[in-house]
Ligand binder design. Structure first.
Ligand SMILES: [Zn+2]
Length: 238
């Protein structure tokens, strides 16, 4: 049972195009969704995201508008610089501390792979994996050792998966949630050019999800990769 998901993104808008359908689906079953944006995306996203309201506050309002549509429980802006995204060890400990306190069942973030089109995404994956490992198991830093095993981490499908040599491992059927995801994208006027691509990607992933995956009736899907082993008391996960 997944009761709490923490999503860590390089830029504030990343969670919407990458996993908005999955997050909305989980929220519908009562799961808490907490988003942590490492940066405000001022260099990466602002030229396209800030349109009518050319201010940081305006951009955050756009994100919060989309978040409320997807039933996101909270959004935290950490305010690091982007392009390039660099966070030192004290920053990683700070992120680990937040994770430790939130104690999620799952973490979603950028895939642990090369991302030639957006190095911040690649950097974020490394930072999040380090922080999660510290949050999960380093009882020398955190007195409340919260877990007996590391937090499972799943990676978003990158912008250009083929160029990133990325291979999907988990498909989520988002058919009932697709309308809400597309509506959330419209709350960010600068993401207008992303709508068609996001739609087509969901259709393509549904082909595998419904075909080899056997998920009958799946028309739209999101894909993820795992960066930690999945262990179960029972049988193969299927
Ligand atoms: Zn991004």
């Amino acid at each position: 049972m997944v009761n709490k998901i923490v999503v860590v993104t390089a830029h504030p808008g990343d969670f919407i195009w990458s996993s908005g359908g999955t997050l909305y689906k989980y929220s519908q079953s009562g799961c808490e969704i907490h988003v942590i944006a490492l940066t405000d995306g001022l260099r990466c996203e602002s030229p396209i995201m800030i349109t009518d309201d050319c201010s940081l506050e305006g951009k955050r309002r756009q994100i919060e508008s989309a978040s409320s549509l997807l039933n996101i429980t909270s959004v935290t802006f950490l305010g690091y610089d982007d392009m390039p995204l660099e966070i030192d060890n004290s920053g990683i400990i700070k992120i680990a501390s937040i994770m430790n306190e939130m104690n999620p069942d799952i973490i979603l973030t950028h895939a642990y792979c090369r991302d030639n089109t957006n190095p911040d995404h690649e950097a974020a994956a490394e930072i999040v994996n380090k922080a999660a490992e510290i949050a999960s198991s380093n009882h020398k830093i955190f007195k409340n050792t919260m877990r007996s095993r590391p937090i499972p981490i799943f990676g978003f499908e990158p912008d250009n998966p083929e160029n990133s040599r990325w291979i999907p491992g988990t498909f989520i059927d988002i058919t009932p949630c697709m309308d809400m995801k597309m509506e959330a994208i419209t709350r960010l006027p600068g993401f207008a050019d992303r709508s068609a691509r996001t739609y087509e990607q969901a259709v393509n992933r549904a082909i595998y999800c419904s075909g080899r995956g056997g998920v009958n009736g799946c028309k739209y899907a999101e894909a993820f990769s795992g960066s930690t082993p999945i262990c179960d008391h029972g049988y193969f996960v299927w």
